[in-house]
Ligand binder design. Structure first.
Ligand SMILES: Nc1ncnc2c1ncn2[C@@H]1O[C@H](COP(=O)(O)OP(=O)(O)OP(=O)(O)O)[C@@H](O)[C@H]1O
Ligand SMILES: [Mg+2]
Length: 284
C-alpha cells in the first residue's frame, strides 16, 4: 500500500505545475483506507485512490457500487467511518471550517441528479456559487456568468432560460458552467454524458478535453460511457467490492483478469468504442 504523506504536496511546499505522465506526479486528492457505510451496510472498505493534477480520471463501477458516494465523501457531504482524505495536500479532518470553505472554492461539481435549481435561470444558477463565495458587483457577476456559459458551449440566449426549457444536453452544459463558476482547479463530474445521444455525448467529451487542456483542469469523471473512457480519459479506476479493483490507462483495464473488469471492457460496447478510437486515430 502506498503512503500518502510522501506524494502529497505539503502545505509548506509551493504547488507545482501539472506533470501528468511523469513519475512523481502531484497528487491533488489522496484517499487512503476509506470506509463508508450506511447503517449495517458497508459500501466501501480499505479504498485507496489518488487523483493527479492535470489528468482526466475516469471512474467506473457497476450501478450501486458507490461511485457517487465516494464523490460525495471526498466533497465532505457524506461522513466516512475510517480512512484519510487529503485534498491539495491537506487532511480534510484536520482543517478548520474556514479552510474547508477555501477548499470548496477550488473544486467544481456536476452532480448526477438535480444538477440545476429549477426555479432559477441558467445565469442565476451559474451565479449561485459566486454569490456564496465571492463578493462582486452585479455587473461583474453577469459578465463572468456569461463567460462561463459560453465556455460550456451554450448560446448566450440560454442564459435567461429556465432548466425546464432546456434539452438534456443543454442542462449538462449549464451544470458544467456552474461547476466552472469559481475557476476551480478540479472538477467532479458524475455521469456528465448519461442520457445524451452519442453525438451529444461525444461533443461533451470534446468540451471536457478542451477545457482540461486550456484551463489546466484536473477532472474526476464518473462515467458509464465507453467512448469517453477510450477518447478522453488519461487513466481509469474501477470500483467494486468496496475498493479499487484496478487503476491505470485503458491498456491496464483491458489486461485485467478481474471478472467484472473483463466483462465490462471486453463487452460489445467496449469493442465498438475501441474500434472507433482506432479509426479516429487513423484519421488524425
Ligand atoms: N444517503 C444514503 N443513505 C443510505 N444509503 C445510501 C445513501 N447514499 C447512497 N446509498 C447507497 O449506497 C450504495 C452506493 O450508491 P451510489 O449512489 O454511490 O452508487 P453508484 O455507484 O453511484 O451507482 P449509479 O451508477 O447507479 O449511479 C447504494 O446501495 C445506495 O443505495
Ligand atoms: Mg451514481
Amino acid at each position: 500500500m502506498q503512503q500518502p504523506a510522501e506524494k502529497v504536496t505539503t502545505p509548506q511546499q509551493p504547488e507545482t505545475p501539472a506533470r501528468t505522465g511523469h513519475a512523481e506526479r502531484e497528487v491533488l486528492i489522496g484517499v487512503r483506507g476509506l470506509e463508508v457505510g450506511f447503517g449495517p451496510k458497508t459500501i466501501m472498505k480499505g479504498l485507496d485512490l489518488d487523483i493527479y493534477r492535470g489528468e482526466i480520471l475516469g471512474f467506473v463501477g457497476g450501478s450501486g457500487t458507490g461511485k457517487s458516494v465516494l464523490t460525495r465523501t471526498i466533497l465532505g457531504l457524506i461522513r466516512k467511518r475510517a480512512g484519510t482524505i487529503t485534498v491539495f495536500g491537506k487532511d480534510i479532518d484536520r482543517i478548520s471550517e474556514a479552510e474547508h470553505r477555501l477548499l470548496e472554492r477550488r473544486w467544481g461539481v456536476l452532480f448526477q441528479h438535480g444538477a440545476l435549481f429549477s426555479a432559477l435561470t441558467v445565469k442565476q444558477n451559474v451565479q449561485m456559487p459566486m454569490r456564496e463565495y465571492l463578493h462582486m458587483s452585479e455587473e461583474l457577476l453577469d459578465e463572468i456568468a456569461m463567460m462561463k456559459i459560453e465556455m460550456a458551449g451554450l448560446n448566450p440566449d440560454a442564459a435567461d432560460k429556465f432548466p425546464s426549457d432546456l434539452s438534456g444536453g443543454m442542462i449538462k452544459r449549464a451544470a458544467l458552467a456552474r461547476a466552472l463558476a469559481l475557476d476551480p482547479e478540479i472538477v467532479f463530474l458524475d455521469e456528465p454524458t448519461s442520457g445524451l445521444d452519442p453525438i451529444g455525448a461525444a461533443e461533451f467529451d470534446d468540451l471536457i478535453a478542451t477545457l482540461q487542456k486550456t484551463l489546466g483542469l484536473t477532472v474526476f469523471m464518473v462515467t458509464h460511457d465507453m467512448d469517453s473512457l477510450y477518447s478522453v480519459c488519461d487513466r481509469i479506476a474501477a470500483l467494486g467490492e468496496g475498493r479499487i479493483l484496478a487503476e491505470g490507462p485503458i491498456a491496464t483495464m483491458l489486461a485485467s483478469d478481474h471478472p467484472w473488469i473483463r466483462a465490462y471492457f471486453h463487452g460489445k460496447r467496449s469493442r465498438a468504442a475501441a474500434g472507433e478510437a482506432v479509426r479516429a486515430g487513423e484519421e488524425e
